[in-house]
Design a protein around this ligand. Structure first.
Ligand SMILES: [Zn+2]
Length: 461
């Protein structure tokens, strides 16, 4: 067998992907030619590896694309892209792992693996096998992000993320402990450690950050105030690596909040720098493109479209031109006020296909609607809204019945129970009479009924 610490040459790892603080003294300032030369070399290597994975070989052969055809970064455009739907089909046809993994459970004694799954609770969550190398690079990228946001080696940090099938909590832990020598207090969510206790721990140990959603951090600030504490004065927070309502977070804690971007299969992709002129892509680990969410065609630099991400750091499961359907913009390569030439993307601007992230869980309005109306008393009509209430994102499912108004409350409770059971989230259901949703669905006027509206004002997710 080979143990995890024997599976990675640490010197080679740190040369390939510098950890902080070194990263910000060297690679952050690389000139464009050096960035792109290295990208090309890694892209070619990754393409050769991906070609050995059935999912990619099948699609590339069908499209007439061969990894040896990559002679410049431009040639990446010739590889076919795919979406989450293609991964889902791969999983359905080859359960439970799909045929897109570049690692195998059968060899785990020699190539130590971890398995994590996407946050989606609709359909089959997408699994990814990570080699030890992939874990380490992911942790280094996260450590860079935490460092840039203000966490420093030796800090005490509260990790209040949920430890589950998802990568997030583990990735933060690995980044803090292994690459920043931080002392992690693992509290888990408010269900595991009470909010009061979380505040006490952060206060008593002078924690410099509490890793959780922006919503929950604001809740902790409210709890701290109830306890007679001033979140700015009585807590020692120095960084806000929390995704949420930026203005509220900054006002509550008196610290800057920087935006970031990443997702399950590829880990941490980009991070905003203090110049706040876009999110710098970690280009030693990714090539980012923007495509039209409808057609998949190339979108010119500076225009909004769907992010299409290729990772160039892994040794295990590849992601090569993954059209993730998150809307953003890729800016032309220019030197940032911070001194870096790393390319920048705009903050997440919504979903190309309307997926909603609710309290860290990916939800599709279609799935919510299907579950909400799964009751013989209900008509097929439905409509879902995402709204902002207090400090939380909420989803409201509207359904239609011909039953008497006296029965509406019971129908709503039954639907809310179904949603809670199947999605693990509380989603409010409102029951209406036939015709009441027509103005939203435009069922009589639009060629395709509308099913979803995002009414949250903030684009920061
Ligand atoms: Zn910058």
């Amino acid at each position: 067998m080979r143990r995890p610490f024997e599976a990675v040459d640490t010197t080679a790892l740190m040369r390939a992907h510098a950890p902080p603080p070194e990263y910000f003294e060297t690679e952050w300032f690389l000139p464009p030619e050096a960035i792109e030369q290295r990208q090309l070399a890694r892209l070619r290597e990754r393409a050769a590896q991906a070609y050995r994975v059935p999912f990619f070989r099948r699609r590339w052969d069908a499209a007439g694309f061969h990894p040896e055809g990559i002679r410049s970064l431009e040639d990446l455009w010739r590889a076919p892209a795919y979406t989450v739907e293609d991964l889902r089909k791969s999983i359905e046809a080859n359960p439970p792992l799909g045929d897109y993994q570049g690692a195998s459970l059968a060899n785990a004694d020699r190539e130590p693996l971890r398995i994590f799954m996407s946050g989606a609770t609709t359909g089959a969550p997408r699994p990814t096998l990570y080699t030890q190398w992939d874990r380490e690079v992911g942790a280094i990228l996260t450590a860079r992000a935490l460092y840039l946001q203000g966490i420093r080696p030796g800090d005490v940090v509260v990790n209040a993320w949920a430890y589950s099938t998802h990568n997030g909590a583990f990735n933060f832990d690995e980044a803090l402990h292994k690459w920043l020598s931080c002392v992690v207090i693992t509290t888990g969510t408010g269900n595991v450690t009470s909010s009061r206790r979380q505040v006490e721990l952060a206060r008593d140990y002078r924690a410099t950050a509490i890793l959780t959603t922006g919503d929950y951090l604001l809740h902790l600030a409210a709890v701290a105030k109830e306890m007679g504490l001033d979140p700015k004065r009585d807590l020692a927070l120095r960084a806000l690596p929390n995704i949420g309502d930026r203005e509220k977070l900054e006002a509550t804690f008196g610290l800057p909040n920087y935006q970031s971007y990443g997702f399950h299969e590829v880990q941490w992709v980009a991070l905003e720098c203090p110049a706040r002129a876009g999110l710098h892509v970690f280009e030693d680990a990714y090539v980012v493109q923007i495509v039209d969410p409808e057609t998949g065609e190339r979108v010119p630099d500076g225009q909004q479209g769907s992010l299409c991400v290729t990772e160039i750091y892994k040794t295990g499961s590849p992601q090569f031109r993954y059209n993730i359907m998150d809307l953003s913009t890729l800016y032309p390569r220019e030197r940032c006020a911070c001194g870096s030439w790393l390319r920048r993307i705009a903050p997440f601007a919504g979903r190309g296909d309307q997926m909603v992230k609710l309290r860290g869980v990916n939800l599709w309005p279609e799935a919510v609607g299907a579950i909400a109306r799964d009751d013989p008393r209900l008509e097929p009509e439905w409509f879902v809204r995402a709204v902002r209430e207090g400090n939380r994102d909420e989803m409201i499912a509207h359904v239609v019945t011909r039953a008497e108004p006296a029965e509406h409350a019971a129908i709503a409770i039954a639907a809310e129970t179904r949603l809670k059971e199947r999605l693990g989230l509380r989603i409010r259901v409102e029951v209406a009479k036939p015709g009441a949703l027509d103005a939203w669905t435009e069922i009589h006027t639009a060629p395709k009924p509308k099913r979803f509206r995002d009414e949250r004002s903030s684009g920061n997710h």
